[in-house]
Write a protein that binds this ligand. Sequence first.
Ligand code: 5GP
Length: 193
Amino acid sequence: MELLEKRIQQDGIVKKGNVLKVDNFLNHQMDIALFNEMGKEFKRLFADRPVNKILTIEASGIGIACIVAQYFQVSVVFAKKAQSINIDGEVYSTKIESFTHKRVYDVIVSKKYLGPEDHILIIDDFLANGCAVNGLISLIESADAVVEGIGIAIEKAGQMGGKLLREKGYLVESLAVIESMDDKTGKIIFRHN
Ligand code: 5GP
């Protein structure tokens, strides 16, 4: 998506450890006009999928997911990062290792909001190693719901998450795919198929 790539080139900051900072428009301040275009594009890409719910993970996925949901006219459920102590039989839970914070979270969704009748579109801001998305898939599987697709704002192709998910047969659509980035020069190269 050209608009998103341009914005990443303009405002993205490449940090050490293969981390891209996009706080200016996505992860802290949110550019809703841009989100709106992203929502439209996700709707186009998943138009033939019978999506009845969107699942994301707190916190950064929530803003994008809400805008996407307006195009699908469905609800958003976000997986919550929980203290293990609060996990009871009323929730599906899994563990997710955070790429940016380098720690493992227990992540939960209430059984009230995910069930066998659900056809889910997963939405998240970044796809790197795939821990977050795989955790969400495991919650969906626990609920006997169906993964209809995975929509990502920014995929980093140098990390294997997207490749492995596609090999497993999931429909993964990323609006911007970063082929490589260099924290010394700040140069970002996108992949176009
Ligand atoms: P994964 O679980 O696929 O390894 O990483 C995806 C998650 O880590 C996303 O939910 C996102 O919050 C965070 N993340 C991964 N890479 C980056 C990055 O380069 N920049 C930012 N801002 N977040 C990232």
